[in-house]
Design a binder for this molecule. Sequence first.
Ligand code: ADP
Ligand code: MG
Length: 355
Amino acid sequence: MTQVRLRNITKRFGATVAVADVTLDIASGEFICLLGASGCGKTTLLRILGGFARPDSGEVLANGKRVDTLPPNQREVGFVFQSYALFPTKTVAENIGFGLAIRRRSKDEIARRVAELCDLTRLRGMEGRYPHELSGGQQQRVALARALAPEPSILLLDEPLSALDAKIRAHLRTEIRGIVDRLKVTTVYVTHDQEEALAIADRVAVMDAGRILQVDSPMNVYLHPAQRFVADFVGINNALPGRPLGAASVEVNGFALDTTVPEPLRGATSILVCIRPEHVILAAPGAAPPGGTGTLAAVTFAGATVRVRLAVPGGHELLADVPTHEWQALGIAQGDTVNWRVRPGTPVLLPGGNG
Ligand SMILES: Nc1ncnc2c1ncn2[C@@H]1O[C@H](COP(=O)(O)OP(=O)(O)O)[C@@H](O)[C@H]1O
Ligand SMILES: [Mg+2]
């Protein structure tokens, strides 16, 4: 069932169009991520959803009713900010109970709810501490518990983990997902981190310049990006011009590559062949499989893989991620000319190309 409906939302700040004609339906109980680079309008859209900002045009509906003129406290929203924004002079328990206290709930009810949330967010035993006595991860769990305490019907989180280090981030995102699943609260989660979005969301909305470019399951966004920008954002960094050769092959950089050509692209004279770096396979000189040629322009060691920048004919560049053990076996170095091919079936084909 659709719980929240955004209809043609636009918001400008002077000459800047922060949100441009966004339409999005969010189902009850759904976990949706707004994914995009800094400045693309994620926070503005979240603030409009929460009632902290008003759109210039468009409608926000919750359970079928217009709410875009209602203030946050009449919208049943919980908000977790990028900076935890805890009250520094209140204890953990007072922070978590704050939303209930201003709603004049009884002391007993507040104590019960705070205890429940401390269990849920693993803060038991820390109720009497002050924010400065907590780690970043603990502070963010307090912020989450505080947002959840009044039982919001929708939870909004704005880059809640961006101030934490990578290991805690990965751990806490799984924890957040588990908690909101248990409470069955509809969640909109903003992040600029594609890995985080793919890992945590039911659906990902990829944003650029105030627009939503694609809304889909993480797997579909990753495997079937609808546009070049989305492809790039989910790690498909190579895009070469190509030409369809029927239904199951494309010509790229002078050789034929086996892959399914979607029906609408079959008649095109030029398309974009988007390739993940991990799907580019390099061959040792002499043992060359059929494929293209390229010169190793740069080599960067990245631990599990070696990232190779190949200069290929036509003035194009191609990134290849080669597993480190395979790289060692290749016995090649910067400046060498090598053969490369692409794992069949892996490229994403998009309209465009030479133009
Ligand atoms: N209060 C504001 N006044 C002026 N410009 C703003 C304001 N808030 C946001 N913007 C601009 O709107 C655009 C979108 O900002 P924001 O929604 O914060 O993006 P994000 O959260 O994706 O980084 C940016 O260009 C930003 O500079
Ligand atoms: Mg932001």
